[in-house]
Design a protein around this ligand. Sequence first.
Ligand code: ADP
Ligand code: MG
Length: 709
Amino acid sequence: MEREKTYEKSFDVADIFGANVFNDETMQKRLPSKVYQKLKQSIEEGRELDLETADVIAHEMKEWAIEKGATHYTHWFLPLTGVTAEKHDSFISAPLSSGKVLMRFSGKELTKGEPDASSFPSGGLRATFEARGYTAWDCTSPAFVRQDAAGATLCIPTAFCSYNGQALDQKTPLLRSMQAINEQSLRLIRLFGNTHSRKVTPMIGAEQEYFLVKSENFMERKDLVYTGRTLFGAMPPKGQELDDHYYGAIRQRVASFMRDVNIELWKVGVTAKTQHNEVAPAQHELAPIYDKANIAVDHNQIVMHTLRRIASKHGLKCLLHEKPFAGVNGSGKHNNWSLMTDDGINLLDPGITPHENTQFLLVLMCILKGIHKHADLLRESAADPGNDHRLGVDEAPPAILSVFLGEQLEDVMDQLISTGFATHSIDGGKLKTGVRTLPDLAKDATDRNRTSPFAFTGNKFEFRMVGSRDSVAAPNIVLNSIVAEAFADACDVLENAEDFGLALHDLIKLYANEVRVIVFNGNGYSAEWEKEAKRRGLSNLKSMVDAIPALTEEQTVEMFKRFKVFTRAELESRAEIQYETYSKTIHIEARTMIDVAGKQIIPAVMQYTKMLAETVLVVEGVAGDASVQKEILQEVSALLKEAKKAVVALTEYTESAGKMSEGMERARYYYEEVCPRMEALRLPVDKLEMLVDKEIWPMPSYGDLLFDV
Ligand code: ADP
Ligand code: MG
C-alpha cells in the first residue's frame, strides 16, 4: 500500500541545517572569546587543550545540549567492529543535601572517557589485565545532539585507544594518516613555490548505496534477520534487466522516507545532497557534499545509522549489506578523494592544459605509484565478507586494481613516456547533444568509466571498491598513507636536486614508465581484461581471505611505521581481527542456512510432497492418469533428497570449522570448504522454490522483497 502524505508546512532548510551541531557559529556565540580562540588553535594546529579551557567548553556545550533536550552525553567512537559504539551517561551529579541534583559536565568528561574495552575486538593488543580503553575527544569533528526514541543525547566524536596508546579504533589511525599526508603535501607544494598554504587536508565524499524492503517481509526472512543478506531465493521473472529503476521516479513511500532522512541529517550537519534510485529494484543512493576526511567518515556512520532508524519509522528495513540478493546488483560506497589546501587549492585539479601543470603531473604520478606499489593493501582496505560477493564476481568493480585516467591524461602520460615531454593536451571538444534546445556542452575530457575501481573524475579520484556496510576509514587511511609515502620519496629526490626542472622532468618520466601497467581505460568487467591484467602481472584477490596478508607484508609495515600511522603490533592485531570477522560471519551464515533449511524449508517441501502424493492417489482413482502429478512429485523428491544431503554436509563442515582455533587457517577453511557447501545447499533449494506451491513456501520471495516496497 502506498501511503501518500504531503507536507503542507514548508520550512527553510537553512534554518534547520546544523541546528543540532555544536559548530563554529555556536561556539563563537557561546564561548568566551579567549576560550574560543584556544579551541580554534587546538583544532587547527592539533594541540592539546588545557583542562581549564576544556572545563569552560564542557559547561557551555552542556548548557547548549540541555536546551536541545539532552539528558545524556556519550563518547561516540568507531571500534573495529565496523559500527559505532557509545555508552551513555546522564549529566546528573550526586544528589545535594537538599535532595536535588545538578546537571554537570566537566572538561575531563568531555575530553576523556574510560569505557571498558574488553568486549571490543583488539586482536590480542590488549591483555585482559589492562582491559581499560580510553576515548579522547576529536575536537576537529564537531559534537552534535541526536534526537531519537532515547530522547536527546549529546554525541562527542572520539578516538579510542588502549592504556599504552595503541589504536583500538579507526579514528586514531585516520587522524595519524591525515597528519602524514599534510606534512608530505606541504613539502611538495613548497617545492613549487607555494609559501601561502598552511595545511593540506584529504577531502572525502562518500556515496552510500542501500536497499529498502518492507519490515514485515524482512521479519519473515530469518536469513535477512541474522545475516543481512538472503541465503536462499530464486530470481523473480523480472530483475534489473530493463534498467527501469535506475534514476526512475521515486515511489511515494520511499520519497517520504528520504525526506525524513534528509531532515534528520541536515539537523546534525550532514550535507545530504543527492538522492536517486539505483540500478536494482528497491536500491537507492544518498550522497553528501564532500568534507574533511575525519568528518566525512563520522558523517557516513551517521548516514548509515539514520537510514536504518528512519526506515523503521516508515515500516521499512534498510539493508546495508553489500549483496542482499544474489543475481541483483550489490551495494557499494564510492569514496571520492582529493587533497585540498586551507586556501582552497585542489592538488588534483589538472587545470586547462594538464601537460603544463607539472605539479599536477607529479601529484598524479605519485598517486599512481602509491597504488601500484600497494595495490593489495588498498584492495584489503575494502575487504569485508559481504564485499566478496561483489568484487571479482559478475559486477562492479572487479578485484583487480587498475586506474582509469581518461583519454586526455592517458595521452599526456604516453607522450611523457615516449618523448619525455608532453607538448599538448587533447582538448575536451564539444559534446553534441543532438537536441536543438540544449546547448552543446563542453565535453569533460575525463570521461566517466563506471567499471573502473579507481577512476579519475575531473579533480578527484573515485575509489569504488568499498563495500556499502563498511566504514570508509580504512580505505582513506591507506590512501593518505601510500600517497604520503610517494610524496616523501619524490621530495627526497627533488629537495636535493641541483637542477630542479631537470630532476622533476626525469622523475615524472620515470614514474610514468613504472606505473603505466595499472592504467586501464577499457571495460573492467570483461573477461579479456582479467586475462590482460594477469599478463601485466596485476593481482586479482577475489576473497577477503586472500587480501588480509597484505596488512602485514614487510613493505606495508615499513610504510606505516615511517609515517607513524600503525605499528607492527597494531597491523598484526588488525589482520587477526579481519580473519576472525570473516570466520564468524561465514559461521553465522552457514548456521542460519542449516537452521532455515532444517526448520522451515524441508518441512514445507515435505508437506508439499504429501499433498502431491495424495493428489496422485485421488486423481488415479478418478481419472486413471496422474503422470504429471507423479512427475512433479519425483522431481520435488529428488531435489529434497539433494537438499537434505547438502544440509548434512554443510553441518559437518561447519562443526569442524567451529572447532578450529582462530586465525588464517580457520578463515581459509571457511572460504574453501564451508562456502562451497553453502552454495551446494542453495542450489536445490532455489530450484524447489520454483516448483513448490507459493502458499506453502515458508518465506517471502525475491519478487515480494524487491517489488513490493
Ligand atoms: P557520481 O554519482 O556521478 O559519482 P555524485 O554527485 O553522486 O556523483 O557524487 C560525487 C561525490 O563526490 C559527492 O559526494 C561530492 O561531494 C564528491 N566530490 C566532489 N568533488 C570532490 C572533491 N574535490 N573531493 C572529494 N570529493 C568530491
Ligand atoms: Mg560516483
